[in-house]
Ligand binder design. Structure first.
Ligand code: AMP
Length: 305
C-alpha cells in the first residue's frame, strides 16, 4: 500500500505579515524576511529608529504603512553615532513596549539587531569614513564630532540589510535628513528618502525619546524652546536675521534651566547659515538646547519654499 504523506500548507512570511509582526535579530533573519517580501513583489517601506518609541516615530510608521505594502522598522541604539559616552549609556531603552507599539501600528517586520549583526567586524574595527562636506560641517556636525559619520555608517548598513523602496525620516532631525540624502547619493543607493513633519506635544515641545529624562521642572521649562521658535516666525517680517537670532538665544537663555548650545538660521537645502532673508528660498531655524544633561534639538521653517 502506498504510504500517504500529509503535507501541511506552508505559510509564507508574506501571508503571515497580514496578521502578525515578525521580529528579526540576526542578519540571516532579516535577509530572509526581506527576501520573502521581494519574492511576493511587495513594496517595502523602512523606518530606522533607536527605540524608546513615541508618536513621532509612529507618525513615520503610519506614513510608511499608507504608502507601501510592507513596513519594516529597526530599533538599534547605534554606538558609533554617540560622541558622548554618557549619552549612549543613559539613552532610554524600552524594547518590549516598542515592539508592542509597532505590532499595534501594523508593522510587518521589526529588526532589533545585536551589535554583532550590524558590526560583525567589531566596533573597534569600523573604518568607513564619509565626507559630507559643508552639510556636515555645521550645527550637529560641528557640535558632535563623528556623529554624522556614525549615522551615515549605520543607515548605509541598515539600507544594505533592508533594501527598501522608501525610507522615512523625521524633520525633527533636520540636518540628518540632508546627511542621509548625501550618503544615499554618494553610495548610489536606490531608495527614496521621505521627510516627515515634526510631531509635538500639545504644548509644542517636540516629541523626543530624551524627553523622558527631563524632571518635572525641566519639562515645564523645556516648552519655552518651541514657544520661542514659534514667536520667531512672527518676527521674520519685521526683523533682520541677526535680530531673530538674538531674540531666540536671549529668550531661551533667560529660562533658568535652559542653555542654548547653538541657534542657527540656515538655508534649508545647504544647511549653511545665512545673514539676510533673501539669501535662500527656504530658511530654517535650528536650535540645540541643554536642559541639565539632556540635549534637545528642534527647528522651525522661518521662510517656506
Ligand atoms: P530616533 O529614534 O531618535 O533616532 O528617531 C528615529 C526617527 O524618528 C528619525 O528619523 C527622527 O527624526 C524621527 N523622529 C524623532 N522624533 C520625532 C518627532 N517628534 N516628530 C517626527 N519625527 C521624529
Amino acid at each position: 500500500m502506498k504510504k500517504r504523506t500529509i503535507v501541511k500548507k506552508k505559510h509564507t512570511f508574506v501571508q503571515i505579515f497580514d496578521i502578525e509582526m515578525i521580529v528579526c535579530r540576526t542578519r540571516e533573519e532579516i535577509t530572509n524576511a526581506v527576501a520573502e517580501v521581494r519574492k511576493a513583489n511587495r513594496s517595502l517601506g523602512f523606518v530606522p529608529t533607536m527605540g524608546a518609541l513615541h508618536q513621532g516615530h509612529i507618525s513615520l510608521v503610519t506614513r510608511s504603512i499608507e504608502e507601501n505594502d510592507c513596513t519594516a522598522v529597526s530599533i538599534f541604539v547605534n554606538p558609533t553615532q554617540f560622541n558622548n559616552k554618557n549619552d549612549l549609556l543613559t539613552y532610554p531603552r524600552t524594547v518590549e513596549a516598542d515592539l508592542a507599539l509597532l505590532e499595534n501600528a501594523g508593522v510587518d517586520i521589526a529588526f532589533v539587531p545585536t551589535i554583532e549583526a550590524i558590526y560583525p567586524e567589531g566596533l573597534e574595527n569600523v573604518t568607513e569614513s564619509y565626507d559630507f562636506g559643508a552639510i556636515g560641517a555645521v550645527m550637529e556636525g560641528a557640535a558632535r564630532p563623528g556623529h554624522f559619520n556614525g549615522v551615515g555608517i549605520v543607515v548605509h548598513r541598515l539600507f544594505d540589510l533592508i533594501p527598501a523602496d522608501k525610507g522615512y525620516f523625521g524633520m525633527k532631525d533636520f540636518q540628518q535628513i540632508a546627511i542621509i540624502r548625501e550618503m544615499v547619493r554618494q553610495s548610489n543607493i536606490n531608495i527614496e528618502i521621505i521627510p516627515c513633519p515634526i510631531v509635538r506635544e500639545e504644548d509644542g515641545l517636540a516629541l523626543s525619546s530624551r524627553n523622558t529624562r527631563l524632571n518635572a521642572e525641566q519639562r515645564v521649562q523645556a516648552v519655552q524652546i518651541s514657544q520661542t521658535l514659534f514667536k520667531a516666525v512672527d518676527l521674520v517680517a519685521s526683523s533682520t536675521v541677526a535680530e531673530v537670532k538674538a531674540f531666540v538665544e536671549n529668550t531661551v537663555n533667560n529660562v533658568p534651566l535652559l542653555e542654548v548650545e547653538y541657534f542657527e538660521v540656515v538655508n534649508g537645502y545647504t544647511m549653511q547659515p545665512i545673514s539676510s532673508w533673501d539669501e535662500a528660498e527656504w530658511v530654517v531655524g535650528c536650535i540645540t538646547v541643554n536642559v541639565g544633561d539632556v540635549r534637545l534639538i528642534d527647528n522651525i521653517a522661518l521662510k517656506n519654499i
